[in-house]
Design a protein around this ligand. Structure first.
Ligand code: ATP
Length: 273
């Protein structure tokens, strides 16, 4: 998790286009999306449902190939899964038959490497799970499972962490607690983070920049700098500046959805008759 001082972007996405082959033809999920992300930056991706956020994020992970375009990590093409990239999903995806410690060890068993126990213990302590290593997923709350997933993703010290709506399934209080935790960990060890969220408030709380995507085929419609100092306190989050930025982004997303509405009505008419 070292800071890059070369000046080149940590992660660079150039003209990423992804078409899925479906029974009714090719579906272009994202179209020529480009984005440079600096080392140690937190960038959120927001946009209307189905606009291609997950496709965009997964492209960065190397977990699925692009139809055209490229993704570079430290200047080198990302062509498959890399230990330099960690992922957290909406579901914690812990293996139910393994306790917490065994779940965290799992990636190391797959990679055939030895975990850095001191680092993992420090992470577990950080997220308040140091006493829970022998517990099974069913014995942990949703928030605890998601904290465990965060520890598992950070356990092998990736320099980039990709998070796909990681706290979307949690209640509002737990979600805020998770946001504070991510910021706290990031302030200590500035990993580069790209995060998908449906919550603009969450995006503002966590990010240096917020990328707004247009409806499918997803494109980068705009990028907003988030200028608020860190750590971001609840007081900052209730200022007029945050309120205004939230509204600008919300209106942008609603605006792009409204521009699609007449087309949807036109499509729906024959069925309604
Ligand atoms: N494996 C796939 N095969 C075919 N189509 C897919 C596949 N994955 C996604 N899509 C389609 O691609 C489009 C973009 O999907 P994606 O999940 O990337 O959007 P999203 O913005 O993350 O959606 P949401 O906000 O609802 O989670 C959608 O129309 C979706 O139905």
């Amino acid at each position: 998790m070292t800071q890059d001082t070369s000046g080149q972007p940590k992660l660079r996405v150039r003209n990423a286009t992804k078409a899925y082959h479906t029974r009714s033809g090719d579906l272009i999920a994202i179209d020529r999306c480009s984005l440079d992300i600096k080392a140690g930056e937190i960038v959120s991706i927001v946009g209307p449902s189905g606009c291609g956020k997950t496709t965009f994020l997964w492209s960065m992970s190397g977990l699925h190939g692009l139809t055209s375009g490229e993704v570079l990590l430290d200047g080198k093409p990302v062509t498959g899964p890399s230990r330099d990239i960690g992922m957290v999903f909406q579901e914690a995806n812990l293996l139910p038959w393994r306790n917490l410690d065994a779940n965290i060890n799992f990636p190391f068993e797959i990679m055939g490497t030895k975990p850095d126990r001191a680092w993992i213990d420090s992470l577990l302590g950080r997220v308040g799970l140091d006493e829970f290593g022998s517990r099974f997923p069913r014995e942990l709350s949703g928030g605890m499972q998601q904290r465990a997933a965060l520890v598992r993703a950070l356990s092998y010290k990736p320099s980039v962490l990709l998070m796909d709506e990681p706290f979307g399934a949690l209640d509002a209080f737990t979600r805020e607690e998770m946001n504070r935790l991510v910021e706290e960990i990031w302030l200590d060890t500035p990993t580069t983070i790209v995060l998908i969220t449906h919550s603009i408030e969450e995006a503002i709380f966590l990010s240096d920049r917020i990328v707004v995507m247009s409806p499918r085929p997803g494109r980068v419609a705009s990028i907003h700098e988030v200028p608020f100092p860190r750590p971001r306190s609840p007081e900052i989050m209730s200022t007029k500046e945050v309120f205004d930025l939230t509204n600008v982004i919300k209106l942008e997303i609603v605006g792009t959805q409204q521009s699609r509405y007449p087309a949807r009505v036109a499509e729906a008419q024959p069925e309604a008759q």
